[in-house]
Design a protein around this ligand. Structure first.
Ligand code: AMP
Length: 140
């Protein structure tokens, strides 16, 4: 399977479609999922091309994990969460729908279930949730 340069996350990286950006560094970008399964659901991607965990380089994976760690801690604080669920799907059979490597970060509360898959979120709410995480990150 080869990488498709026109996948939706490649378009976000090129600035061709908008995203609520949570964090970025030289190698990774984190932005809000527009179909959030919990408040604060966001995605971490490498800035360079790879489909998923099966073709990612060690450098891409470790850059993503550094950002996952940073954002997961900030999101836990921002939402007063009890824990974090980290998800990654590789290839269609593994549940992947967008074929640019990404890690889902979901802040979780004791006893609270995740919402349904594929339901478009309220953009004002997503923006406000993005700002909650960026405010924690800004504290350093
Ligand atoms: P998956 O490939 O199964 O891990 O799912 C892709 C994820 O990307 C889903 O959670 C979608 O809600 C999310 N998604 C799809 N398009 C966008 C977009 N334009 N901006 C942010 N998130 C998106």
């Amino acid at each position: 399977m080869s990488y498709d340069n026109d996948n939706i996350f490649a378009k976000i990286l090129r600035g061709e479609i908008p995203a609520f950006k949570v964090y970025e560094d030289d190698n990774t970008l984190c932005f809000m999922d527009i179909m959030p399964r919990v408040p604060g659901h966001c995605l971490v991607i490498p800035k360079t091309a790879c489909r998923n965990i099966l073709d990612a380089s060690q450098e891409q994976l470790s850059a993503c994990m550094a950002t996952v760690s940073k954002v997961a801690n900030a999101a836990k604080e921002a939402f007063g969460a009890d824990g974090i669920t980290l998800q990654q799907f590789s290839e269609a059979a593994g549940g992947q729908e967008v074929f640019h490597l990404h890690f889902h970060i979901l802040p979780r509360h004791e006893g609270a279930k995740v919402g349904p898959h594929g339901v478009m979120g309220d953009m004002d709410e997503i923006k406000a949730n993005c700002e909650k995480i960026t405010a924690v990150l800004a504290k350093g």
